[in-house]
Design a protein around this ligand. Structure first.
Ligand SMILES: *Cc1c(COP(=O)(O)O)cnc(C)c1O
Length: 462
């Protein structure tokens, strides 16, 4: 393919994208294909000779859309939405065309400086203190890993950076049982070991109990462990649990521990001032991550990490070998030193486009609608025969069950086979429950109310 042909095919791809979007509501949300069926449709070996783009494109249309779970479907209520607004798709096309490596300032001044400005815009939009700097990672998992690596090295007086963990005291990281599994993964990858991630008991509202956190740290100190940091859950994936941020940070700081707040999903809602009391005290955190690629419409991948002071993280992660120096400019910001990979995509462009194309008011309106519609839907389900709300709406996420575990699981299977809406499950206090998460960028009130209709219809006779 030549660049001239790319122009023609880009036009066709854009036309296909519009058709795909317009036909979305007629498709089942979750893919209805069997495991292995798609792989079986591809030849076992790559072609030796070039193939015409017509044939490649035809196969794409024949094979891919039907074997896809449609994340941009307005009736996607599973997991958390991974919203790709049209403005972010356009920005991604342009970033793809430039295809720069934004690893150093010098390798992409626009990417680095727009990233700095966008982190500042988002910090202000969320109401965070002006002192926070930050960077963009691929995912919240990576940001949390970076924070845990920083906790580790800081607790060991940075000796671990050179010497590794051999002979070092046994570290402890604290988080609640509601925290996302990315924290477990970070602790594993950091060489701290899963057994040293202390799951602190939660209070009745499923947020971490600060007194229990304090007790756990004290007990570990007596037992000879080295506490290193606390990861707070702000909008847990399972049921939307919120740790009391101010109290937990106060306990952590009293023991000189580094703090990281995982607000991957719920952070976006902080563009609405009326929700900010949920994270009162967050300005004392050392690190905060949220995913614009979830609720804000800035398509995957885009996770923003705010840092009260970037220096400790750079001390853990930053390397500047001869071949990556920018001659005569040692003080410059090179974002690869803030994160794990060297190579970096130009992710700030899509934030810039989205914030300008919809404005904070346009984005707030969506989030407020989602929160409101989730409450309305939960209320309807609460009054349906055999249904019970198991956790009330936390912003726009709630859970329910139908009769017992078996009936709930059976209903979920039927809902997703039906395809008009897509829901997923979790376990809460030992029970199998269904999650409803309202957050798709294009969803309407009617789309949300379809959930109640589908549940009423499919639970009949079961
Ligand atoms: C989605 C989510 C994550 C992981 O996000 P990635 O960006 O996919 O790594 C972590 N924590 C919470 C609370 C989440 O909702």
């Amino acid at each position: 393919m030549t660049h001239d042909e790319l122009l023609e095919w880009s036009r066709r791809a854009a036309a296909w994208a519009l058709d795909y979007h317009n036909g979305m509501r007629d498709r089942p949300v979750r893919a209805q294909v069997a495991y292995g069926a798609t792989a079986a449709r591809l030849p076992g070996t790559p072609p030796e000779a070039p193939e015409p783009m017509d044939a490649i494109f035809a196969d794409f249309e024949a094979i891919v859309p039907d074997a896809t779970t449609h994340w941009q479907h307005p009736r996607f209520f599973a997991y958390f939405a991974a919203n790709a607004s049209p403005a972010s798709m356009l920005a991604e096309q342009l970033a793809n065309a430039i295809a720069a490596q934004a690893m150093l300032w010098q390798t992409s001044p626009a990417a680095t400086e727009i990233e700095q400005v966008m982190v500042g815009w988002l910090r202000d939009a969320l109401g965070l203190a002006p002192a926070f700097a930050g960077t963009i990672h691929d995912s919240a998992t990576t940001a949390t890993l970076c924070a845990v690596l920083t906790m580790r090295d800081r607790a060991l007086g940075w000796r671990s950076v050179d010497e590794g963990l051999c002979g070092a005291p046994r570290l402890r990281i604290y988080a609640s049982a509601q925290t996302h599994s990315s924290v477990d993964k970070a602790v594993r990858l950091a060489g701290i070991g899963q057994a040293n991630l202390v799951k602190v008991p939660t209070a009745d509202d499923h947020g971490m109990d600060p007194a229990a956190l304090d007790a756990a740290i004290r007990a570990d100190l007596v037992a000879g462990y080295k506490p290193a940091g606390v990861v707070m859950c702000f909008g847990g994936t399972s049921i939307g649990a919120f740790d009391p941020v101010a109290e937990c940070i106060a306990v952590a700081k009293a023991h000189d521990l580094y703090t990281h707040v995982d607000a991957a999903w719920a952070g976006s809602a902080m563009i609405c001032p009326e929700f900010r009391q949920l994270w009162d005290g967050v300005d004392r955190a050392d690190s905060v991550v949220f995913n614009p690629h979830k609720w804000l419409g800035v398509q995957f991948d885009c996770a923003v990490q705010f840092l009260a002071d970037p220096a400790p993280q750079i001390r853990s992660l930053g390397l500047r070998p001869d071949y990556l120096q920018t001659l005569g400019q040692e003080e410059i910001v090179n974002f690869n030193e803030w994160t794990v990979p060297l190579g970096r995509r130009f992710r700030a462009l899509k934030i810039w486009f989205v914030l300008r194309a919809y404005g904070l008011e346009g984005l707030r309106m969506r989030i407020r609608n989602h929160v409101c519609w989730a409450a309305e839907l939960a209320d309807i389900i609460a009054h349906m025969d055999g249904f019970e709300i198991t956790t009330p709406p936390a912003l726009s996420l709630f859970t329910f069950r139908y009769r017992d575990d078996a009936a709930t699981a059976d209903l979920l299977t039927r809902v997703n086979d039906d395809g008009r809406v897509y829901l997923t499950q979790t376990r809460h206090e030992g029970q199998f429950v269904i999650r409803v998460q309202v957050g798709q960028f294009d969803c309407t009130r009617d789309d949300v109310m379809t959930v109640a209709e589908v549940l009423a219809r499919l639970s009949q006779g079961s």
